[in-house]
Structures are given as structure tokens and as C-alpha cells.
Design a protein around this ligand. Sequence first.
Ligand code: NAD
Length: 469
Amino acid sequence: MHTYESLLAAVTTTSGETREVLDPATGERIGSVRVDGTAELDRAVERARAAQPEWAALTDDERVAVLGRVADAIEASSDALAELLSREQGKPLNGPNARFEVGACVSWLRATAATPLPVEVVVDDGENYAELHYRPIGTVGVITPWNWPMMIAIWQIAPSLRMGNTVVAKPSEYTTLSGLALAAVMNEALPEGVLEVVAGDGSLGAELVKNPAFGKIMFTGSTATGKKIMASSADNLARLTLELGGNDAGIVLPDVDPAAIAEGLFWGAFINTGQTCAAMKRLYVHDDVYDAVCEALAEVASKMPMGRGLDEQNVLGPLQNRMQWEVVNRLVEAAKSSGARVLLGGQPDSEASGHFYPTTLVADIDDANPLVQEEQFGPALPIIRYSDVEEAIRMANAVDVGLGASVWSADRAKAREIAARLEAGTVWINSHGGVHPMIPFGGVKQSGFGLEFGAEGLKSVAVPQIING
Ligand code: NAD
């Protein structure tokens, strides 16, 4: 069990090549992390490969028991992990943020360990008998982003380990302490070499992807990086799961009660201060309820406190890094200069010490505006007016990504009809963005391919084998 201080000390490096880690809310120095190169990557790969046969030779029950102990270890150090996550990523401890994320790591591990994956008898007709088994791939490479640095790492690592693979993980260079800390705690319960972590930026990620040791790469991040990974994994024919960017639409039908859906709309868009792959990033609202929905949403949004993550009253935090702040600022400025109406926010405090961008709602905005067409990945939501639902469906589908979408209506059957026509991996009805360890999750179009979670998620980190006879 760790305290914040002991955990930070365990993952801070002061000698050799290091990088300073600054708190995104205050700019204060938190610690420093090592910067690994190809030699450290090669050593990590060697250790993970050496550990794999013994790990795969355990029975499934034995691996499940180990994963249970990993979940216990995370739970025992959850306060320390949440504090470190809050300080490095910026997300508040409170609300659906840092404590929630660490809690999700524990519950995802337990659910992944408990998911049944029985051998399938595919033919048994008296003449033929064939079974479908799922075998380990070998060593899996895991590359993760900075928005949910612990939870997304668990989403990739837990099924990989359950299926008898070992893992080399590379956390984002923006949230390396969180990745190293999570792995340090997990390694209290894992055999040596089963989970290795390397610390570095995209160039180290690119080296990892090229390494022929990996039979599978699990990647979550931007569409642009996903394309590079696909190209450079081709030489090894490494299998890929790509969870990429999104620009999720929400469609509000005229039959809703605006006050009743306002809070759901808010969290659908602003969870993790908007830095969420499957957050609602464009909201299409029918003319009949447009003004009432805008008003109800602005009312809810104006009451959500934003500030330093360690202060308990806050439920929204800073953007994690300046690069993302610049994206949000550029897109909101583009909306403002087009004549769109700012309902809330839109004026960052130039004196603020951290990367804070205020909660921003932009109404009466044209669908072609960059704030609608590009992924803002931050706390700024464009609200587009429509009068014909066919037009809303067309606009929702007219982007090249398709991670999530949502339909908001009092008529579930009508909402399901519209859902079926939306080009997205998940369509939620009267909510947006919720995930569950037993419900498969993945994108369509340029949001990637492959499914995570549940039995489908286990299959994606294994290779099928038929035993025929
Ligand atoms: P990113 O693509 O910049 O970086 C993600 C990871 O890839 C980092 O670890 C980075 O170091 C590494 N990387 C960068 N270049 C690489 C290369 N050439 N080869 C191998 N690895 C490389 O993404 P980000 O800015 O960290 O995350 C934000 C993006 O991730 C958003 O677009 C968001 O929508 C997306 N995202 C998607 C999901 C999902 O489940 N679909 C979840 C979270 C985030």
C-alpha cells in the first residue's frame, strides 16, 4: 500500500536522461521521469518475451487469481494513485474523474478476470467434430493517450494478460508518471517480466511498433497516429486494435423535456473536461426545443466548478497540456469570428497559471464551422439548430470518424430507429459516453477497428485455433 509520497518516489527518476513533470493546474513541478531509448525498449521486450511461456503455461484459473490480486493491489493504493493522476493529468479527485478512474481500473480488472470464454464446439454432427480455442498471441505492445491514462492502460493490459500474453506498455509522454505508477502497483502482484513499461514520446512508440517481437499492438490515440501505426506494423503483420479519435454527435428530438436531459447532456460532453474520446462533441437540437435546451444546458454548465484537481469542490479541471488548450482556443475563436453566439465561457483568463479553458457553449453555429467539424477534445460544445431530423442524421454522419453518437427522445422506439442509421460504433439513447466492462466498444470509419471489453475484447488479444477431429 502506497502513500502519494512513496508512490511518487517509486516512479521519479533524477539521474540519466529525464523530463520534468509539471502540474497542469499550477505549473508547479511534480517530479521527473526517465526517458527511455531503444536500448531500454529492447531490454523490456527481452524480459517480456522471456516471461511469456511461463505465464501462458499457467491455467486460466491461475491467471485469473493473479489478476484478482492485481486488482486488490490497485485498490489498496487507490488514494495515492488518484492523487498522482489528479496532479499529473489535471482531472479533479472528485466527480467522474481521478477517484472514478482508479475505481474503474479495479472494476475492469475484476470484470475482465471474470468474463467467461468457453471453448466453442463449432461442428459436432457425428461425422465432423471441431472446436474453436483462443491461444495467446505472445507479447502485446500497448500504447496509450493522456486523457484517461490509467483506465485505458487497464483496458488494454488486463485482457492481454488474461489471455496468456505478456505486455510492454508505453504511456503517453504527457502522463508518464501515471502510467509508471499504475504499473509499479500492478507489478506488486505480477510475476517479473509479465508487465514491462517504457517511458518516452512518439518516437519510442514508433520504435515499439516496428519491433518484430510484438504479435499485436493495442493502440488508443489520435487517428493520425493510428494511420502511422498501421503503416509501420505492416512489415510484421502485427495484429492491431485501433481506438482512435471521434467527433460524436448528439441528436435531440423535439419531444424531450429540456430540464430533464440537461445534466445528461452536460456530462455527455464535458466528462473529463471534454478530453474524452467518446464525449459528445457536436449537439444537434430541434428548432422546437432549441432555446429551451440551450438555456437548461447553460444553467447546469454554469454551476459546475472548475479548478485545481485537489480541491474537493471541483468537478472540472484544466486541459492537460498547452497543445490541447491551443486547439480549443483556436476552434472557439473560429466560431466567434463566424458570428456564432457564445452562451457561456469563450473567454479564457490570460492571467491563469494553468491550462484552464472555461466551460464554453456556442449556439447558432453553422455545421461547416471548424468547431463542429474538428475534434476539439476540450470543454467547448457547439449546438447546431435543425428543423428536419433527416438533415440532423445527414450532418451527424457527414464526418470521416464514427466512435459514438446519441439520440435524446421520450420515444425509445423512434430513437432506436434513428440510432440504427447513425454511423458510429456505439449509439446511446438518452445518455452519452458510458462504458461497461461487458459491453463491446470500438469505432467505425476512421475511429479505428477492433473491439474492446467483454468476450470480444478477450478474443481480440488472442489467436483463434481450430482443433479438428
Ligand atoms: P496521440 O496519437 O498523439 O498519442 C497517443 C500515444 O501514441 C502516445 O503514447 C504517443 O506517444 C504515441 N505515439 C505518437 N506518435 C506515435 C507513432 N508514430 N508511433 C507509435 N506511437 C506514437 O493521441 P493523444 O493526443 O495522446 O490522445 C488524444 C486522441 O486520442 C484523441 O484524438 C482522442 O479522441 C483519442 N482517443 C481515443 C480513444 C478511443 O477509445 N477511441 C480513447 C482515448 C483517446
